[in-house]
Write a protein that binds this ligand. Structure first.
Ligand SMILES: NC(=O)c1ccc[n+]([C@@H]2O[C@H](COP(=O)([O-])OP(=O)(O)OC[C@H]3O[C@@H](n4cnc5c(N)ncnc54)[C@H](OP(=O)(O)O)[C@@H]3O)[C@@H](O)[C@H]2O)c1
Length: 248
């Protein structure tokens, strides 16, 4: 049990990487706080955790929602040991389709939401705490139609360094997991028709050295390493889990 009695606050915990991580952390003894914006998915995710998680419906784009989720966590558990700032989504928009509203919406979820998740949870964290941010392979390589998501993910990679430096004196570590192409519902939400999506998937698979999409559980295992004392001397870094996509 690598997380026995620890309290793990997980955003984007209702689906994909966040849900698999919540299941693994739960199996390793953690008390789970699951944050998601969709009520039905939240309820389903709660069932997948044997009804043991604290479920909080919150829109990470709204600071007041994050504050409410943190307050519910404080009221139930009093403190937080692990933060997984993982919520994220986008739609495909090439250069000429990007609007001010699109940029603001992407920033609010994928960058500002991540920042305030860390800012609002930090006061509840103690020495030995671990913050993990989900970045992306897109912070390293360019991919058409995803300019704004990529920029927000590069910004969160930067946050991991700066906030890692700020929280290090308190003994709190801050790291990132960087997924490559992972088989989750993420792709069904990006606004591409199925036939285009399968062409995109084939194109990405061809570029991955291991010639397959990753599984959410492969990210969860990396998040577990970063959450637990196994990584007690690791901070400010980004662990890349992408089958070689950005390395070769
Ligand atoms: N899958 C990949 O290939 C890949 C690659 C690189 C990076 N990533 C990153 O990995 C993270 C997890 O993505 P995933 O692949 O697991 O996708 P996913 O299955 O679509 O999960 C996304 C999660 O984010 C939550 N979310 C979305 N909008 C939200 C909002 N406004 N407020 C609160 N929660 C919100 C969703 O919850 P609700 O539905 O309840 O709102 C869901 O739990 C994201 O940050 C994504 O950018 C994924």
């Amino acid at each position: 049990m690598k997380l026995q009695n620890k309290v793990a606050f997980i955003t984007g915990g209702t689906s994909g990487i966040g849900l698999e991580t919540a299941k693994l952390f739960h199996a390793e003894g953690a008390n789970i706080v699951l944050v998601g914006s969709n009520a039905e998915r939240l309820e389903e995710a709660g069932k997948a955790l044997n009804g043991k998680a604290l479920l909080v419906q919150a829109d990470i784009r709204k600071v007041a929602d994050i504050e409410r989720a943190v307050e519910k966590t404080r009221a139930k558990f009093g403190h937080i040991d692990v933060v997984f700032a993982n919520a994220g989504a986008t739609t495909v928009a090439p250069l000429d389709a990007v609007t001010e509203e699109y940029i603001n919406d992407n920033l609010a979820l994928n960058f500002t939401g991540t920042f305030f998740t860390i800012q609002k949870t930090a006061p509840l964290m103690n020495k030995g705490g671990s913050v993990i941010v989900t970045t992306s392979f897109l912070n390293t390589i360019g991919y058409p139609g995803l300019s704004i998501l990529a920029a927000t993910k590069a910004a969160t990679r930067s946050l991991v360094r700066t906030l890692g430096a700020e929280l290090a004196p308190r003994g709190i570590r801050v790291n990132a997991v960087s997924p490559g192409a992972i088989a989750t519902p993420f792709y069904s939400k990006i606004g591409l028709p199925d036939n285009v999506l399968s062409q995109v998937a084939a194109g990405i698979t061809d570029k991955v050295a291991l010639k397959r999409f990753g599984e959410a559980v492969e990210l969860a295992k990396t998040a577990l390493f970063l959450a637990s004392d196994d990584s007690s001397y690791t901070t400010g870094t980004e662990m890349v889990v992408d089958g070689g996509l950005t390395q070769f």
